[in-house]
Design a protein around this ligand. Sequence first.
Ligand code: PRP
Ligand code: URA
Length: 216
Amino acid sequence: MAPPGRPGGPHLTVTVVDHPLAATLLTALRDRDTPPPLFRLLTKRLALALVLEATRSAPTAVCTVETPLAPAAGRALVAVPVAVPILRAGLGMLEAVTELLPDVAVGYIGLERDHATFQPAAYYSKLPPLTGAWVLLLDPMLATGGSAAAACDALTARQPGRITLLSVVAAPEGIRHLASRHPAVEVVTAAIDDGLDARAYIVPGLGDFGDRLFGT
Ligand code: PRP
Ligand code: URA
């Protein structure tokens, strides 16, 4: 997908994870009757699939290990990405990253959307050094795109080498907004939905992710 972006400049890339298990996990997340304990478990499982897809292009170096029988050629990650969940809802995706990348450094950005203006307000930031790093930005909902763009503002000020946003559901409006503000960002999502309603909720979406995750 190549929306706005500068001519000749980078274009936001969007990858939709196309896998039957991811689709069944997302379907259960969408179900209004899924209670918070199951919602948390499903979020983690789907996030595992998103992390695997997002790191498909992770650079590796050739190495060798000794099996019980003989030396075997293998691969090792050249550098471990930095994970940055956007509070609160991004926390539901963090354990998937720390399980697959145990050496990951984790930063946090706290953002809350204003219910009337839909603009994100920042209330917390704790980031490790990011110069040249690959950041996996975790936020399950890309709705207007305001929160993701604000988070990318904070990240790019620290000059990371690359930013990949992992989302569960994205709206076309959010993709367009992020493309206009941060065209070099890559997005990996489980679905692109129809659009936003009058309250800027994704339709059909799955409702308020943070509320469903934390039972609020
Ligand atoms: C939700 C969600 C995203 C944001 C997406 O967070 O987790 O961060 O909305 O909306 P946008 O694309 O229109 O900015 P919310 O502000 O509800 O906070 P929470 O995670 O604490 O529930
Ligand atoms: N935030 C959510 O949690 N859900 C939406 O549909 C939009 C923003």
